[in-house]
Write a protein that binds this ligand. Sequence first.
Ligand SMILES: C[S@@+](CC[C@H](N)C(=O)[O-])C[C@H]1O[C@@H](n2cnc3c(N)ncnc32)[C@H](O)[C@@H]1O
Length: 200
Amino acid sequence: MANYAVAKLYDLLLYPFLNKIRKKTAKIIIQLNPKSVIDICCGTGNQLEYLKNTDIKLTGIDLSPAMLKVAKHIDCYEQDARDIQFSDNSFDLVMIQLALHEKSFDDQKMIIDEASRITRNNGHLLIVDYEINEKTKPYSRYVINAIEFLAGKEHFKNFKEYHKNECTNKLISNNVFLLEKKVLIAGKSMALQIYRKTNN
Ligand SMILES: C[S@@+](CC[C@H](N)C(=O)[O-])C[C@H]1O[C@@H](n2cnc3c(N)ncnc32)[C@H](O)[C@@H]1O
């Protein structure tokens, strides 16, 4: 993310699109009753804002200082999601929202490995990301494809690869995480998935 002004605009521009998703995600997190939540690639910390009036201990990490500057009211740290500076089994719930699709498969793997390491046994991994397929409403498909195209060559390439690799299917091992719930949202253009970390 280029600078603070762009980071500030990020929430404003995306609010109409993301507000409903953020609310739904927050509701599901609250139902799972975690004591601690980390948002990996938290951006401006906007999803965490929706949980601010709870007792949950909220943490975020992101690589962009500009995005983190907007997230100043929450405990957000500049950290690389591929090499997270928290110890094993530190969080009840680990969340990755709208961040995997824009990364290379190798980076996605590293992030999931780190997410797995810091999730406590029997804790949850919550992923919200695109899942564009024949069920997706045509309008949503066109708009999202346009946004991803405009986000740049590398970003668009990774977005397409993510779908070629069946989104999270090849990324998340059944030996480590069991899928507990999957909800299609945003005109069936996104999947909200909740996994439970096994004791393996
Ligand atoms: C599309 S934004 C999504 C932000 C946020 N999760 C949301 O839902 O609004 C992706 C975020 O990933 C961050 N990011 C990219 N690579 C990262 C890395 N290796 N480690 C941590 N954050 C990273 C970017 O700085 C950006 O804020």
